[in-house]
Design a binder for this molecule. Structure first.
Ligand code: CAA
Length: 282
């Protein structure tokens, strides 16, 4: 496999494009506007600069990575001749279903259709295509160039062959793939989000302050970020939507989002991206 398309040039999409391009793949990066694509490319260049400054990449690796990426605003043009599409658009079910319907119509029958969704059902996404056996979850972690995990999620109808190819491909990106089945939150967010929600409940109930909660988890459990800082980093709106998927999917009150999280998102406090969440970002 040599040619891949990545849909979406936001945080996850540009990280995924960066990583494929760094490991020698030709990447078609697709978004709705050239402005969004340019922003994505600027972020990729900045993150490559960090890797060059740290000595993990050379200046010529940076140049070849950037050369491997071509941008498109037209979906059909961008996915022509690719063997894999990784969709990393906004986490919105209607948008993803529309993209997969379009992909079904404009990719070759053998093209693997992967989604980077953090919690939407792979089986549901696959159901709008005519090739559910070729649809799979390829869930990267933020920041993609740094984090080693790829959660590979098999939908109900994903073929063994497509799962095996996706596992091998992830290893070619120097990642560690882990195969899981398609149930709400998969594994990463089924375990991570209840922890974050419990941290928010601890704050809401006045058990401790923001910094105290994060310090306990950073220094006591050796987490690189405390749960409240991590929630800000992921986006509080994203955390809320994943908790709702868990709550609806299992019908179990233990996944009910904390009212404080609901209030913060409703008021526009979404974490790093909005400038304020549990912490302020200037
Ligand atoms: N691109 C390339 N390199 C990057 C980078 C990026 N976007 N961001 C950081 N780096 C590199 C730095 O250059 C540095 O490299 P060296 O190890 O070679 O020195 C390294 O990563 C660490 O970065 P920093 O020194 O700047 O900062 P740090 O030590 O505080 O680490 C962090 C930053 C890697 C983000 C760390 O805090 C961390 O691991 N946090 C937890 C991240 C996490 O849990 N991610 C998963 C979120 S959940 C998710 O994504 C899925 C979901 O569905 C919600």
């Amino acid at each position: 496999m040599k040619n891949v398309a990545v849909i979406g040039s936001g945080t996850m999409g540009n990280g995924i494009a960066h990583t494929f391009a760094q490991f020698g793949f030709k990447v078609s990066l697709i978004d709705v506007s050239q402005d969004a694509l340019n922003k994505g490319l600027t972020t990729i260049a900045k993150n490559l600069d960090r890797q060059v400054a740290k000595g993990s990449l050379t200046e010529s690796d940076k140049e070849s990575t950037l050369t491997n990426i071509t941008t498109y605003t037209d979906l059909k043009e961008g996915v022509a001749n690719v063997e894999l599409v990784v969709e990393a658009a906004t986490e919105n079910i209607d948008l993803k279903l529309k993209i997969f319907k379009d992909l079904d119509a404009c990719t070759s029958p053998n093209t693997i259709l992967a989604t980077n969704t953090s919690s939407i059902s792979i089986t549901k996404i696959a159901s709008v295509t005519t090739k559910a056996d070729k649809v799979i979850g390829m869930h990267f972690m933020n920041p993609v160039p740094v984090m080693k995990l790829v959660e590979v999620i098999r939908g109900y109808a994903t073929s063994d062959e497509v799962a095996a190819i996706t596992m091998e491909l992830s290893k070619k990106l120097n990642k560690v793939p882990t195969e899981v089945n398609d149930y709400p939150g998969f594994i990463a967010n089924r375990i991570l989000m209840p922890m974050i929600n419990e941290a928010i409940y601890s704050l809401y109930e006045g058990v401790a302050g923001v910094e105290e909660i994060d310090t306990v988890m950073k220094l006591g459990m050796a987490h690189p970020m405390g749960p409240l800082q991590l929630a800000d980093f992921i986006g509080l709106d994203v955390c809320l939507s994943i908790l709702n998927v868990l709550y609806d999917g299992f019908g179990n009150p233990k996944y009910a989002p904390c009212p404080l999280l609901v209030n913060m998102v409703t008021a526009g406090y979404k974490g790093v991206k909005s400038g304020e969440g549990f912490y302020k970002y200037t």
